[in-house]
Design a protein. Sequence first.
Length: 593
Amino acid sequence: MSRHLKLWALGATGLLCAQAAASLMLPHGFALVALSDFTQLLLLLSGTLALLPVTLASHGRTRAFWGLMMLGMAFWFGYQVLWCYFEVFLHREVPNPFVGDVVLFLHLVPMTAALAMQPHLRQDNRTSRLGLLDFAMLLVWWLYLDIVAVIPWQYVHRNETLYGRSLNVLYLIEKIVLLGGLAVLWSRSNRSWRTVYAGWFGCTLTYSLSSYVANWAIEKRVYFSGSLYDVPLAASMAWVTWIGLSAFQSSPAQQPARSTSGHGVWVARLGMITMFSLPLFAAWSMFDVATPRSVRTFRLAVTLGSMLLLGTMVFFKQHLLDHELLRLLKSSQESFENLQHLQTQLVQSEKLASLGQLVGGAAHELNNPLTAMMGYSDLLAATPLDSEQRSLAQKIEQQIRRTRTLVSSMLSLAKQVPAEKSRLDINALVQTAVRLYPPQLRSARIQVHTDLAAGLPPVLGDSNQLLQVCLHVTNNALHAMAEKGGILSVTTRRVDDWVVIEFSDHGNGIQEPDRIFDPFYTTRPVGQGAGLGLSVCYGIIQEHQGKILCENRPEGGAIVRIEMPAVVEADSTRSSQLFAFRSDSPAGAASRP
């Protein structure tokens, strides 16, 4: 504890010692009364202010807990101000009934409400909100009891005997409820919060016993302000200062809430019982003929007003529950849809795993003839050839090398070995794929238009695999338009942190878009396609953390959209060299029909 806090606690202890010394040494008189009243006033002020630092340093329900405790101490301080006003300034005994009695009664209400916060537990906002509403209903009902049982005998039909009896009974019940709540929280908490609750329990118990003894002394007419009966009362006031300062120093931490929901259930049930008890009080107010008519009328009016208030709170609680039910239904629906999506992805992954095994075996068998073809192409290139023959030989070598690269990619996919990735220029990749579309389709009435956005950020990927994807999609679109002809539009653009490639054709569209990425699914005639291309593309794009989507165009044809995460850097003028394919045709140029 810091030096200032120690001095503060020492000052509260000094005031308590001064109270005890004055009660023992000073005779009964105005000096003793004034000293005792002002000492208790300072102790209550100290206790109220001692709770302020820990309140400001806390958050959420913990701040509400300390704030309500401080409010209760402020009510008690206000009661003591009224007491000092009568005894010190007016030189009069405190009257009975006393106008400050309602303030003293109310000072335990916010303290009891503070217990509902359960600041030692970590709770979700929904549970906390509904629990506070149930507890608020109990507090309204408790205030209703005070107004119905005590206030009529003070203001409506004055009766000191009934007033004192009703006030003492309700105040005793209030203290018992507060002590019981503190005992429960004390037993359920741990670490620093156990010390906090233990301190409040000891303080409240000391105050309850001392006030009970003081009331007994008042009835026996042996009590006066400053007597020894006030010493334990002053001790309970000083105790609050020690609680506030020690809590500010230790900063109690929350503990996980228990899985049981019993606390919330019985609080909610008690809240509903209070609602159903009001008609019984209304009937009692109407048919209690032994009570003066003015008191019965007052009680009936207060009962009707309380029914309206509690009914509004019940309606608001039901509104919160309905809102929560709708939220849970929506969450359940989303969870169900996510489950279906995950099941679909699982089936797709199993299909791709089976496909990978088939591809792996086929790739091994293809490697040997490709190696032989590569050797013969090298021998052919070494022989004397004219320019046209050499060009054809180079194209043969280029296609063989590309085929070997694709076979290596299939082997890598089958073995689940991640391919080496580098930064790629998507525009150059697309231009290369378009330039390499099958020569036999160039004689058909097919045009390929490209609209490539300038300044696209690079993507991180394997160049051979992504080129394979673009070639598959391009070839599928061209085959779809082989009979009627049409236009294949290839566009690239940036959407947020994604680079989007879109292939749009004027073919016949897709009969089953949901199955387009299934292995062995094809719409081509038998012998013209195995249905493996797009399923492999799907696996490659998934491996690159991207998305591939397929849908039909409203005016006919299909659209295949590929979305790849962009490599976004703060410095757009970076000097790193992008690995890209070179293309002879500029971006945006249309290839010849």
